[in-house]
Design a protein around this ligand. Structure first.
Ligand SMILES: Cc1ncc(COP(=O)(O)O)c(C=O)c1O
Length: 386
């Protein structure tokens, strides 16, 4: 059988067997609506609240601070629109970064059309937001700051803790998109000092189409989906109980394995980076190597096209990505790589590797050899330079 190695965990991850097992009964025999008052309903309601507790535990939050949503995109939409619109009398200025996921950037565009003003902070060549620059961008009418915890393309971990102190001092709401960190590295809402935090189940071995938004107690926010008043009227619609149960189980598992898995993946990451950088001249890693997710590598190679590399690697059984999965159908250079100040031609030779639970050191070595082979092959026939 052909080798199939999955190294695209920032796009999505497989549902863990334990997660699937926990979910299955809630599709069939335990199918109740959590709003029903009979025993079927109570069974579903209990499962819903148990999952809420597990997600809260992962974040150091209280269960009543967790709202279930359909995923990271909806959580981001709810956080930004919900805060901005409700508090518009207080001010109409929002601060975010230029390397956020489209689930933030596109929402900001909508808010701009509604009359809000948005400052998109640049990042340095390492891909990090400068807290001093953020502080300088604060105005008397700033009501919301949204800075992602870690970037999905280059894996850089932002100084959210420092930003949290600034936001608290100035009494400004702080949201973080933690879709790439929750379940992967420690995420503690008090340590980070955030008022709102988005996460998504499918990024950490839970199912797709389910996520959560942490909303700190006392933080007033308006809903974006109105209806029967579910989730404290913040997210109406019959709850996706199987998905939510899966998300809860995934959160529980992630908490248990996190320290060992972080160490293991850091080892694999550094081994793969070391090998490739050593073998390939004019190659580099995009984004800080110190403030970085343990499982992310984003290689830059001169004189090659990321897309050709991806297809070559796929033929060898190694699944990776260029930039982010969400923007891979677009041909323009990634907004994240451009924000690092890379020349356009250097953005096109990027390859994102995101390792996870199933990856072994043999996988890392095999992927390394295939990458080196691919660069050599494409440079041999490259029309991009040299
Ligand atoms: C940083 C970030 N935010 C938000 C999302 C969207 O999450 P979801 O796929 O659950 O809507 C993603 C997924 O790619 C992401 O990486």
């Amino acid at each position: 059988m052909m080798t199939r190695i999955y190294m695209d965990h920032s796009a999505t991850s497989p549902v863990a067997p334990e997660v699937l097992e926990a979910m299955l009964p809630y599709f069939s025999q335990k199918f109740g609506n959590a709003s029903s008052l009979h025993s079927f309903g109570l069974e579903a309601k209990e499962a819903l609240e148990e999952a809420r507790e597990k997600v809260a535990n992962l974040l150091g939050a209280d269960p009543e601070e967790i709202i279930f949503t359909s995923g990271g995109t909806e959580s981001d939409n709810l956080a930004l629109k919900g805060i901005a619109r409700l508090h518009r009398q207080k001010g109409k200025h929002i601060i975010t970064s230029s390397i956020e996921h489209p689930a933030i950037l596109e929402v900001c565009r909508i808010l701009e059309k509604e009359g809000f003003e948005v400052t998109y902070l640049p990042v340095g060549s390492e891909g990090l937001v400068d807290p001093a620059a953020l502080e300088a961008a604060i105005r008397p009418d700033t009501t919301l700051i949204s800075i992602m915890h870690a970037n999905n393309e280059i894996g850089t971990i932002q100084p959210v803790e420092e930003i949290g102190k600034i936001a608290a001092e100035k009494d400004i709401f702080l949201h973080t998109d933690a879709v790439q960190t929750a379940g992967k590295i420690p995420v503690d809402v008090d340590r980070l000092g955030v008022d709102l935090l988005s996460l998504s189940g499918h990024k950490f071995y839970g199912p797709k189409g389910v996520g959560a938004l942490f909303i700190r107690k006392g933080t007033k926010i308006e809903s974006i989906v109105q209806g029967g008043g579910h989730e404290r009227s913040l997210r109406s619609g019959t709850e996706n109980i199987p998905g939510i149960v899966g998300l809860g189980r995934a959160a529980e598992l992630a908490g248990q394995e996190m320290p060992q898995e972080m160490e293991r993946l850091t080892g694999l990451r550094d081994r793969l980076a070391g090998y490739v950088l050593d073998q390939v001249p004019e190659s580099w890693i995009n984004g800080s190597m110190t403030h970085r997710l343990p499982f992310n590598l984003n290689f830059g190679f001169k004189y090659v096209e990321g897309e050709s590399m991806l297809l070559y690697l796929d033929a060898k059984g190694v699944a990776v990505s260029t930039g982010s999965a969400c923007s891979s159908h677009k041909l323009e250079a990634s907004h994240v790589l451009r924000a690092l100040g890379l020349a356009p031609q250097d953005c096109h030779g990027s390859l994102r590797i995101t390792m996870g639970r199933s990856n072994t050191s043999e996988d890392a070595d095999y992927a390394g050899r295939c990458i080196v082979e691919a660069v050599q092959r494409f440079r041999g026939i490259s029309a991009l330079g040299r």
